[in-house]
Design a protein around this ligand. Structure first.
Ligand code: NAD
Length: 441
């Protein structure tokens, strides 16, 4: 099939490369010329394990190309995936203007009947608005191609995006005709045949809602266990063991029950906001989601409390922050709890030194006011305390002796619960975890 992907970012680029792997003829289009230039040179413009190789495979097979020219991008397109950003607006709703712009542009540049598929995360009933935009624009321009809208939400996780896209848990698409459903069946046929994975075929608003409901639910799980971690600290229980005990119940399961610094990234915070916003627009008060957000922010407050408990005033203190990315395996800093924490510390007057294995380039660009350390050793040197803010695997290997010998004061706040408390305490560190104070006492 001839597929065009509009918006070749974290979702669009991985999807485009995967479609090419499945045998489709794929063109990636982006309105950012500098990103297109990098991808034409064979390089992803962001860090994602395995992505350069997957891209190279598609390019070498002559099934994957990139262009900044919309006419070229849509010359042969049968199915067009919209993968542009839907960032949050100040009122909580998502900014859908990029999606709308794509709708207008596709009408102008389409050369045949095509299916326009929302892969961007959008609120329920965005498809209807998009169809309205398309119809109006077609009337204005006097074009007669059939352009239908479908929804095919994306569930990949940054840091494991290639694996998730090639081996997803499920495929969901919502369509409004047999024609569009059959097109999406053809797009995913090679994947479904290979993996026998569940496919949920539904209508457009239901598919749109599945994505928001999924992310809101996952964020709720994280906030739930974080709230439990607060109780654990107060009653002398260990949240890791509580989560393990809960997770053996097959109705609960073990995943997404790690207490820590809270969720972040480009999706959960904005999708929880967008879902709550949609609920209030349609007259339902989804107060649970307000609590989920409050608990998430509260985890950062808990870290600051632990630091202030030890250091009294943070002003003038040097604090090492290990990790900037919102999770391991990515250099994405969007809504990263680690970056929020570093800024909270800087606002409190601390001299912050941030280390990250891959995200320091982005940090220098996006948060130039924050201090940086190129190595863990440099971050720790004579700092008054350290906070482990992202659970990069390399931080797990930091020994208690490394902390003790390099820090000015032996204070370690393990905001991701990656260390063994007993070893840390045995080395004489003032060690704090999240919801594991029983061990510490
Ligand atoms: N990042 C994730 O983990 C993830 C997972 C699932 C779903 N999503 C959703 O997918 C969507 C995209 O997210 P992302 O992380 O890939 O964003 P991103 O910022 O990495 O990529 C978006 C791309 O769209 C381009 N763009 C914006 N407007 C455009 C236009 N009018 N024409 C052409 N290109 C345009 C940008 O230049 C950018 O390259 C969002 O709705 C997001 O919520 C993201």
């Amino acid at each position: 099939m001839h597929i065009t992907v509009i918006g070749v970012g974290h979702v669009g680029l991985v999807s485009a490369a995967a479609f090419a792997k499945w045998g489709h003829q794929v063109v990636g289009y982006d309105d950012d010329a500098s990103k297109i230039a990098r991808m034409q040179a064979g390089e992803a413009w962001f860090y994602e394990p395995g992505l350069d190789e997957l891209m190279a495979e598609g390019v070498e097979a002559a099934r994957l190309s990139f262009t900044g020219d919309p006419d070229e991008a849509l010359a042969e397109a049968e199915v067009v995936f919209v993968c542009v950003g839907t960032p949050p607006l100040p009122g909580g709703g998502p900014n859908l203007s990029y999606v709308e712009a794509v709708g207008r542009s596709v009408v102008e540049h389409a050369r045949r009947d095509l299916l326009l598929v929302e892969k961007s995360t959008v609120p329920a009933n965005t498809g209807k608005r998009l169809e309205q935009v398309i119809d109006r624009e077609a009337e204005r321009l006097g074009t007669a191609h059939r352009i239908e809208v479908a929804s095919n939400p994306e569930f990949l996780k940054e840091g494991a995006a290639v694996q998730d896209t090639l081996h997803p848990d499920r495929v969901v698409y919502g369509t409004s005709s047999d024609w569009s459903r059959d097109l999406l069946r053809q797009v995913y046929a090679p994947l479904v045949a290979e993996d026998e994975l569940p496919v949920v075929e539904t209508d457009v608003p239901t598919a749109e809602l599945i994505k928001h409901a999924s992310n809101a639910f996952l964020a709720t799980r994280i906030s739930f266990i974080n709230a439990v971690s607060q109780i654990c600290d107060r009653v002398g229980a260990d949240v890791r063991v509580v989560a393990e005990g809960m997770g053996h119940d097959v109705r609960i399961g073990h995943r997404f029950l790690q207490a820590g610094l809270g969720y972040g990234g480009s999706c959960f915070p904005k999708d929880v906001d967008a879902f709550a916003h949609l609920a209030s627009q349609v007259g339902y008060d989804f107060g649970l989601l307000d609590e989920v957000r409050e608990i998430n922010v509260g985890q950062r407050r808990a870290v600051l409390d632990k630091l202030e408990g030890e250091l009294w005033h943070l002003s003038g203190k040097t604090i090492a922050v290990l990790g900037a990315a919102f999770k391991p395996g990515t250099d994405d800093l969007r809504e990263s709890p680690a970056v929020h924490l570093a800024n909270d510390l800087a606002d409190a007057g601390a001299d912050v030194r941030v280390h990250d294995p891959v995200a320091l380039g982005n940090l220098a660009e996006e948060q130039p006011h924050l201090g940086q350390a190129m190595t863990v050793e440099e971050a720790l040197a004579d700092a008054h305390a350290v906070v482990v803010a992202t659970d990069w695997p390399e931080y797990v290997d930091i020994t208690p002796e490394m902390y003790r010998d390099r820090l000015a004061y032996p204070i370690v706040i393990d905001a991701r619960n990656i260390h063994d408390p007993e070893k840390m305490l045995a080395a004489g560190l003032h060690y704090y975890a999240m919801g594991r104070q029983s061990i510490i006492r």
